[in-house]
Design a protein around this ligand. Structure first.
Ligand SMILES: *[C@@H]1O[C@H](CO)[C@@H](O)[C@H](O)[C@H]1NC(C)=O
Length: 341
């Protein structure tokens, strides 16, 4: 009996120990594979850290992000998240570094109220300005909050292609360096419409090649800034809080839009039709370069971002369209504008 008892006990102990060992082992294995994932990710994104402490700190953030990605992707959503280039940043760090749309209290950048597409009947079922050759490659603003310049330049590249038939990659750096209007503040935020105002006053914009991007605000190079490759004559605001009006504009040309792009899901977006969560606090500027409808019927805006090709769908995001409230998803219909040839 005693023997049996002791045998039972040791069997139980063995079982408990076994479970304990296997849990610890699998946790260690998870840690190891997570650490491998992090190393793999660092290689893919060319990321290095200054020391062991920084590596450990970034690993912890990466791990938390991957856990969020996995639990999100296990749910039922129209889009997936993934460990993209922002996977080792907390959401607070991400927002501080990449969102440079500045909403001033007095919106002095408002254009005159005219909206040239108000009676437009030319609104096809879907539009993708990339297939019309009106969109340049996806650019990367890096760690400079000048999304506003990238948004405006992409819209200007579009209207330039439509009016001259030439697709020219134009200079964001010229806008960042030379638009010293108090509304616009280089890497610390600005307005796409402020960029349009500068470009009109300046008489045009030079090419990306002539005035390349440096990821920082420098002194305006007057010689380059007066060597124009393209011009615009004006800009107009799309009537605010009206997705139908935005549709008429985007049906006719690429349009600068402001969005709330600081959310955790937006940071780690990978593919599919993004449907939030996000708010209406406009903190990022991008360019709407089309629209369409997914195979499951979900309508979307096709949006060009300036975070390189490794974010989202090769640098693009599809954002849900016709959401049923005026501001549009993430406020996409709140502050849209476009240049005129
Ligand atoms: C749109 O149509 C209305 C009514 O015909 C007209 O008054 C307005 O000028 C038109 N707008 C544009 C931009 O052509």
């Amino acid at each position: 009996m005693a023997f049996m008892e002791s045998n039972k006990f040791s069997l139980l102990a063995l079982l408990v120990l076994g479970v304990y060992v296997s849990v610890t082992a699998s946790r260690a294995l998870n840690e190891a594979s997570m650490s491998d994932k992090h190393k793999q990710w660092m290689l893919e994104h060319g990321r290095t850290y200054k020391d062991v402490a920084e590596t450990q700190h970034r690993f912890e953030i990466f791990k938390k992000n991957v856990e969020f990605i996995d639990s999100f992707n296990a749910g039922d959503h129209k889009f997936k998240l993934g460990p993209n280039l922002f996977a080792d940043l907390t959401n607070e760090e991400f927002r501080a570094m990449y969102n440079g749309f500045r909403l001033s209290s007095t919106d002095s950048s408002k254009a005159k109220s005219s909206f040239k597409y108000e009676n437009s009947t030319d609104v096809p079922e879907s539009m993708d300005w990339r297939t019309k050759g009106a969109v340049t490659h996806v650019k990367n603003q890096g760690q400079c909050g000048c999304c506003w310049a990238f948004s405006a330049v992409a819209a200007m590249e579009g209207v330039t292609k439509l009016s001259t038939d030439n697709l020219i990659s134009l200079s964001e750096q010229e806008v960042v360096d030379c638009d010293v209007d108090e509304e616009d503040n280089g890497c610390h935020g600005g307005w796409p419409s402020g960029a349009f105002k500068f470009i009109i006053k300046n008489g045009g914009l030079t090419t990306e090649t002539n005035y390349p991007y440096t990821e920082t605000q420098g002194t305006c190079n007057i010689e380059k800034a007066t060597s124009h490759a393209a011009q615009i004559s004006g800009y107009e605001d799309v009537p605010a809080n009206n997705e139908a009006a935005l549709l008429m504009a985007v049906a006719n040309q690429p349009v600068s839009v402001a969005i709330n792009g600081g959310g955790y899901a937006f940071q780690l977006y990978s593919n599919g039709v993004f449907s939030g969560p996000c708010g209406f606090k406009l903190d990022h500027a991008v360019t709407a370069v089309g629209y369409g409808q997914d195979s499951d019927g979900t309508k979307y805006w096709l949006v060009k971002n300036s975070w390189g090709e490794s974010w989202g769908e090769n640098g693009y995001i599809r954002m849900e369209r016709d959401v049923g409230y005026d501001q549009g998803l993430c406020g996409i219909a709140m502050h849209a504008s476009y240049p005129t040839a």
